[in-house]
Design a protein around this ligand. Structure first.
Ligand code: ADP
Length: 257
């Protein structure tokens, strides 16, 4: 039986989900979703749905992992069994162990861990629904959740990938593009210093394609950074509006008494 070829880019350069080559999928971030965590964020990025919870700095168990000069940033990237088409085994896979490690390495340069020696900052990234690019979406949401937890940070960490499909360099590959495409280049940046804290590559690109993809992904990160900042601002605007409303109603009650 012949395999039906999936067409990912039209002659006009439009992708299967109607995006232009340099267009991000829709992204929305909600800050402070979980009451019981010290900090949290929920991100929807295209078809990805990811929840992040941050705890700490808090006492570290087991104690032998403690570091005398800084906090341990402990990241767990985990895919829910229902996050992909076929049930995923809930036990940590090699891929999840790798993504937990690269997530920690992407977030660590932005975090003042040296302020909290011998403690741990736990970051739980739960992939509820996966659609390609979950490491970038997870890192993006985790840095917002760290800020929400009040952890002092040098900057947020914004992540985004670019890649190659049908010989064209495109931004932010979705699941089909990731699987059928030729290459994927996820990066994470501390936008103010332009420090790169994550860069991985799957597949093959020429040096010119790599440069184009890197530029595209960096520009994508800057757009993600704006969305992160807006999400954080939105939370504090809502809180100050709530406080104002509360004090106004208290004033009214006082007058009536
Ligand atoms: P990323 O999610 O960062 O792009 P990968 O390139 O490893 O990481 O994975 C690409 C996509 O493949 C994921 O976003 C997800 O949609 C899908 N995927 C990953 N693991 C599984 C799995 N065990 N079963 C089915 N699909 C998966």
């Amino acid at each position: 039986m012949s395999k039906k070829k999936v067409k990912l880019v039209s002659k006009k350069g439009i992708r299967s989900d109607k995006r232009k080559p340099d267009e991000l999928r829709p992204i929305s971030i909600e800050v402070g979703t979980l009451d019981k965590a010290d900090g949290s964020a929920y991100i929807e990025w295209g078809g990805n749905k990811i929840l992040v919870a941050v705890y700490g700095p808090r006492e570290l168990h087991p104690r032998h992992l403690a570091m005398s000069d800084r906090a341990l940033l402990r990241c767990r990237y985990h895919m829910a069994p229902f996050s992909v088409d076929e049930r995923k085994n809930p036990a940590p896979s090699r891929r999840e162990i790798e993504l937990s490690k690269v997530t920690r390495e992407a977030l660590e340069p932005a975090t003042f861990t040296e302020l909290y020696p011998r403690t741990v900052i736990d970051v739980f990234i739960e992939i509820l629904q996966a659609d390609g690019g979950t490491r970038c979406a997870g890192i993006t949401a985790a840095s917002v959740a760290l800020a929400d937890a009040g952890i002092p940070m040098r900057d947020l960490v914004a992540a985004c990938a670019a890649g190659k499909i049908e010989n064209k360099v495109v931004l932010d590959l979705n699941d089909v593009e990731d699987k059928v495409g030729e290459a994927d280049l996820p990066i994470a940046i501390l936008p103010q210093s332009e420090e790169i804290s994550l860069m991985q590559m799957d597949g093959r690109m020429t040096a010119e394609e790599f440069q184009e993809a890197f530029k595209m992904a960096s520009e994508g990160c800057m757009k993600v950074y704006e969305i992160q900042k807006d999400a954080l601002k939105k939370k504090y605007v809502t809180i100050s509006a709530d406080i104002e409303e509360e004090s106004e109603s208290e004033e009214k009650e006082d007058k009536q008494e």
